[in-house]
Design a protein around this ligand. Structure first.
Ligand SMILES: [Zn+2]
Length: 158
């Protein structure tokens, strides 16, 4: 496990993106917020440079997220294409839920990172953000298996 964790590259966020994520999360509260992340692979990990907030059209937006299909398709065909997905957990810690893991199979291979945010009440921060790499494997029968690997997350001050 130790060797494996050593290979988990960091995810870096521009501080402006961190602010946008926090704002969107708080604006949508108590509903889940969602959107896509723009960026690129950079030396030593992923670098997230922009965020495109989306409307959550889930029937139960308190406990689920479904990005608006029109906004979703528009973002996918835009340049640059999204490299990651963000959503919030307004009522629980920012760890992937079973339905989050299930939803990974709907994401194309251009999606490399996965960010989850939660409102934070015990620190001097607006939100707690956690970052994950989307890991795609196939099991012995060739079935795709998806995992989220927790990655160090840094905000870049400019
Ligand atoms: Zn979730």
């Amino acid at each position: 496990m130790t060797a494996y964790q050593g290979k988990t590259q960091p995810i870096r966020l521009d501080s402006s993106v961190q602010l946008m994520l926090g704002k969107h999360l708080l604006t949508c509260y108590p509903h889940e917020a969602c959107g896509v992340l723009l960026g690129a692979a950079a030396a030593g990990g992923m670098h997230i440079k922009d965020y495109v907030p989306m409307s959550n059209v889930a029937p139960d937006p308190l406990h689920a997220f479904v990005p608006d299909p029109r906004e979703w398709v528009k973002a996918l065909y835009n340049e640059p294409a999204p490299v990651g997905l963000f959503h919030s957990h307004p009522h629980s810690a920012p760890w992937p839920s079973p339905s989050d893991i299930e939803g990974l199979s709907a994401l194309g291979p251009e999606f490399k990172v996965y960010l989850i945010g939660s409102p934070c009440t015990d620190k001097n921060e607006e939100i707690t953000l956690r970052g994950f790499h989307i890991d795609r494997l196939s099991d012995s029968s060739g079935t795709a298996v998806y995992r989220l690997l927790h990655a160090p997350l840094y905000a870049l001050l400019k």
